[in-house]
Design a protein around this ligand. Structure first.
Ligand code: PGA
Length: 244
């Protein structure tokens, strides 16, 4: 699909500053992180850049973030500080400079049996500490998840939503942007004050297309290599300039 064709179906014009999140998942050692943090470029003007290292690398990352970058965690405890062995509380994340947190990623649901209620509880813990949740959504649980969030104390303006089709996550087979417009439009209508991100096999080749239909992107595989991350940022900046 050409950029011109996608521009015909553009649904995103309202939010000027797209959010680009690099999610390292359970990967990277201290050496990998140090190389990444010293190679990746400063956050380009007009784009909000966020990196989500594993817990073990948050401290290393917080002191060496490239200029303008913000720090995210990939998960959080649904409980406050206390006797919850193995869990990391929102207060502890805030304490190392975390300002965003991914919540309800499909891998958390699949491998750790995380529920919609867990996601709500985690959002509440994060918001109490001033950390902005990025709630991951896909079918078949999207509708129930969003309804539960809407009926909780989690306000629309206090979260961002990442739509990540399962078939596109880590497969190298991104969803066709033109096929995802309806879903993104639906999410934006329900959560008008949240940014709606797209995630799933985003790369330097397709990031520009997704930024035309969504308010940002959540990237894992292609974000791990700092050179590839820089290429993504180059394309994302070009598309942010076009959108202006
Ligand atoms: P991917 O993963 O970029 O490797 O497809 C996206 C995600 O899981 O957030």
């Amino acid at each position: 699909m050409s950029t011109g064709e996608i521009q015909d179906i553009v649904v995103h014009t309202m939010i000027k500053e797209p959010l680009v999140i690099a999610n390292w998942k359970s990967q990277s050692t201290t050496a990998d992180a140090t190389k990444w943090l010293s190679t990746v470029q400063a956050s380009p003007t007009g784009i909000e850049c966020v990196v989500a290292p594993p817990y073990t690398l948050l401290q290393t990352s917080t002191t060496a973030l490239p200029k303008g970058w913000k720090l995210a965690a990939q998960d959080v405890s649904p409980f406050p500080l206390g006797a919850y062995t193995g869990a990391v509380a929102a207060r502890q994340l805030a304490n190392v400079g975390v300002t965003y947190c991914i919540v309800g990623h499909s891998e958390r649901r699949r491998y750790f049996h995380e529920t919609n209620q867990d996601v709500v509880n985690k959002c509440e813990q994060l918001l109490a500490e001033g950390i902005r949740p990025v709630v991951c959504i896909d079918q078949p649980y999207a509708k129930e998840q969003l309804a539960l969030l809407a009926s909780s104390h989690v306000a629309s303006e206090s979260i961002d939503v990442a739509y990540e089709p399962l078939s596109a996550i880590g497969t190298g087979q991104p969803a066709d942007p033109s096929q995802e417009v309806a879903m993104i439009r639906w999410l934006k209508a329900d959560w008008p004050e949240s940014r709606v991100l797209y995630g799933g096999s985003v790369s330097a080749q397709n990031v520009g297309d997704y930024l035309l239909i969504a308010d940002g992107v959540l990237i894992a595989t292609a974000s791990l290599d700092p050179v590839s991350m820089n290429a993504i940022l180059l394309q994302a900046s070009a598309s942010a300039i076009i959108a202006d």
